[in-house]
Design a protein around this ligand. Structure first.
Ligand code: MOS
Length: 779
């Protein structure tokens, strides 16, 4: 079945190198800076606390803001009295929200036109905020805001919300709830009660064949229900920004995954031209997919700053972050798989319900429609609305949940037909694509490194501690941030800088940027001033969709190449040489065949006698023969992915599961910095173990309040629970851009929970179909 990640009917793309682009790079071994495991240039700044995160921003006269959130999960606001708060000591401004940002599309226009305040749909929904001279004054004043509510019946649990008589989260019949989940549910789906769907086209991949016929043709049927939990966003630095409204323009210091979206959303909501909004983000303390735009906290901070005419800092606290900062939706997945005795799939059917609280986009079926060759596939995805905080994209949205069910079902099928799970994947992988070729190599490398041949039959251990090993595949999209730009500048003193608005989410953006630019000038990465995190620089990529390195580095290399060419032209005059004979290597300018003219880089530039030269370039793609919709979304014809092997020890008396070892083999195009690339994969595995074993939001269904909105009771993996992780990178050169870089961040998180679950089965002989694998779910 000719069915790859990007769909059917796409022609092979032959990349043409435009004239102003550098020639393809040789292998990393032949390079001086690219491909080297350089330690982060800002490592010392980070570990010594000198790096300025948004959380650390202090401006003269800055006010501290605190919001007031609803304690009720569903209510109409009858009145808001801010008079006492306004009179409280130290208070400079109070603002009451008349509309919400993230759920603006959720409102039923007819029902709410006459309402002064947005309807409360989850406990923790912001209502108003105060700005005061000190954090304590803000907190005290926020408590003085009096809100009168008319409570409405609520529902917080997915299954309760699916019942016919359940309270309606959105009463109107014509509403179009927002898709914040990143699962890509299209608008216009039918809705019945709180259930919207079915969406039968996960990420645009429609059904195919006839599943009933496929099941009739099968020899083996695997059928099971899988459940995954709500995982909240817990980045080290919570959401927040500092807004500074002045006559000359608005400056925002934002903890964000995309400077561009903060600027654009602020401009749109406050009717400002984009050139009057500047966004600065020196460092982002992590973000899993929810840090885009200004958020309701930002909306409030900007209003308050405009009123007070002073900078206003609004950072969410940990509780607010858990409740309103976004989450990975839960899922209930009913999966049915039909296969022939030789393993070939005849039919695959998934019915998946997920609840993203007051937001939609909980779909999980993309892997089911694309990962394996199967002629008959039908996926039905449903969003179930509940009175709970909105979901948001979360590291490989949908895919983590989907792979958990799919890869366990494939594991089960392998056992039923008496086939090795890896051999079964080789049989059913979509054949002939780059992705399936990569997966096959990765399975081979991983099996050897991990010792897959030592696998024993399920439940082999006799004692209470049972050990086992398991395997799962990862799959994600290779996305590109279209029109990513970068500027490279050489100053007259020989210093070199590179500029991009993109932010460092924590992955080392400055370092890879410097490495790529250094290569073209024959300099060291530390010689390059890598400037990021400012919307005044050429617009760089979002830290989302695993695409910063794959989008930024080609733009940077293209700009550096042009700038180096221009520098060569300038030097040719003063060195009396041909520009084509001038090269940059080892910190020097060398002229071919004229050793006596060799000069240190800085000295040579000074000699050229210019003030500065600079070049700007974009990431260029040749999308010829590519489906327009794919091109517009910046999706490459390749996917990105990998494989993971896990070893677990299950204590069958206490129900404690320990992941002891993970071997992760991932494709990455060209690793620009293998140390940072591997680091991404460590992070993905660690977050995957955390999701598999511990993380879970607990809502009290009576009150709608989250019971564990803190980091004590919302358990995240700790250093003692991190397994031994071995990472192997599969390089693929000659890719789609001038650096061949591809993303790794999201796929690294996709396979872990499924691999752990398959290892759990191999250890115990029992399937664990419910996450997280806490003692309560295990025993
Ligand atoms: Mo994301 S979940 O790629 O921001």
């Amino acid at each position: 079945v000719p069915y790859g990640i990007v769909g059917q009917g796409l022609k092979e793309v032959t990349r043409r190198v435009p004239l102003d682009e550098p020639p393809p790079l040789p292998e990393n071994a032949k390079l001086k800076s690219i491909g080297k495991p350089v330690t982060r240039l800002d490592a010392v700044e980070k570990v010594t606390g000198k790096a300025r995160y948004t959380f650390d921003v202090q401006l003269p006269g800055m006010l501290w803001a605190k919001w007031v959130a609803s304690p009720l999960p569903h209510a109409r606001i009858k009145s808001v009295d801010t008079s006492a708060a306004e009179r409280a000591p130290g208070v400079r401004a109070v603002h009451v929200l008349e509309r919400l940002l993230s759920t603006a599309k959720l409102r039923d226009p007819k029902a709410e036109q006459s309402q002064r305040y947005p309807t409360i749909r989850y406990a923790g929904q912001p209502i108003a905020a105060v700005a005061a001279d000190t954090p304590r004054a803000a907190e005290a004043a926020a408590k003085l805001i009096r809100v009168e509510y008319e409570p409405l019946p609520h529902v917080t649990e997915i299954e309760a919300a699916m019942k016919e008589n359940a309270p309606r989260v959105f009463p109107g019949p014509t509403e179009q709830p927002a898709t914040a989940g990143g699962g890509g549910a299209p608008p216009g789906l039918p809705q019945k009660g709180n259930v919207r769907g079915p969406d039968t086209k996960p990420r645009g991949m429609g059904p195919r064949g006839d599943v009933e016929q496929g099941f009739r043709e099968s020899d083996v049927i695997i059928e099971a229900e899988f459940r995954t939990q709500v995982q909240t966003h817990v980045p080290m630095e919570p959401h927040g920004l500092v807004a500074d409204w002045r006559d000359e323009g608005l400056t925002l210091y934002a903890s964000t995954q995309y400077v561009g979206s903060v600027r654009d959303e602020a401009a749109e909501n406050f009717d400002l031209p984009k050139n009057k909004v500047r966004v600065i983000c020196d460092f982002t303390g992590g973000g899993f997919g929810a840090k885009y735009g200004i958020g309701n906290y930002g909306l409030l901070a900007i209003h308050l700053s405009r009123k007070a005419r002073l900078p206003v800092r609004m950072m969410l606290d940990r509780r607010e972050e858990h409740v309103s900062g976004g989450n990975r939706p839960n899922s209930i997945q009913r999966l049915k798989l039909g296969a022939k005795r030789d393993g070939s799939l005849t039919a695959l059917q998934l019915q998946a319900h997920g609840s993203g609280g007051v937001a939609g986009g909980a779909g999980v079926g993309f892997a089911h429609s694309t990962l394996y060759a199967c002629p008959n596939v039908r996926v039905e995805q449903y969003d179930v609305f509940t009175n709970a905080g909105p979901c948001a994209a979360f590291r490989a949205p949908g895919q983590v949940q989907g792979i958990f069910s799919l890869e366990q079902a494939i594991d089960e099928l392998a056992e039923r037909i008496g086939m090795d799970p890896l051999a079964l994947r080789s049989k059913i992988d979509v054949s002939g694509t780059d992705d399936s070729l990569a997966r096959a190599q990765e399975r081979r490398i991983g099996a050897e490194r991990f010792g897959w041949n030592k696998r024993r039959p399920a439940g082999s251990d006799k004692g209470p501690i049972k050990r086992g090993i398991g395997f799962a595949q990862s799959q994600w999209l290779y996305l590109v941030h279209l029109n990513t730009a970068c500027e490279v500048r050489v100053s007259g003193d020989g210093s070199v800088e590179a500029f991009s608005s993109t932010q460092d989410i924590g992955t080392g953006t400055r370092t890879v940027l410097a490495q790529v630019v250094a290569e073209e000038f024959g300099l060291r990465p530390e010689d390059i001033g890598a400037r990021v995190g400012d919307s005044r620089y050429p617009m760089g990529p979002a830290s989302g969709g695993s695409r910063v390195t794959s989008s930024l580095t080609p733009a940077a290399r293209n700009a550096a190449y042009r700038c180096a060419r221009e520098l060569a032209n300038r030097l040719a005059r003063v060195l009396e040489a041909n520009a084509e004979d001038i090269a940059f290597a080892d910190g020097k300018v060398v002229v071919k065949g004229q050793a006596s003219k060799t000069l240190p880089f800085r000295e040579a530039v000074k000699k050229a006698g210019f003030e500065e030269i600079s070049q700007r370039a974009e990431r260029r793609d040749d999308y010829e023969g590519f489906a327009a919709s794919m091109r517009d979304m910046g999706i490459s014809k390749h996917g990105i992915g990998g494989v993971q092997f896990a070893e677990v020890a299950v204590d069958t008396e206490t129900g404690i599961v320990k992941v002891e070892r993970v071997v992760a083999v991932h494709d990455c195009g060209r690793p620009i910095n293998p140390k940072l690339t591997e680091s991404q994969i460590y992070g993905g595995v660690i977050q995957g173990v955390s999701y598999a074993l511990y993380e879970e939001r607990h809502l009290d269904s009576a009150s709608g309040l989250q019971l564990n909105a803190n980091v004590d009771q919302y358990k995240i993996v700790g250093s003692r629970e991190v397994p031994q992780i071995e990472v192997h990178l599969l390089e693929q050169l000659g890719g789609q851009s001038s650096t061949d870089a591809r993303g790794v961040a999201e796929p690294a998180n996709v396979a872990t929970a499924a691999a752990v679950a398959n290892a759990f089965y191999n250890a115990t002989g029992k399937r664990i179909r419910t996450l997280p694998m806490t003692p309560a779910n295990v025993l």
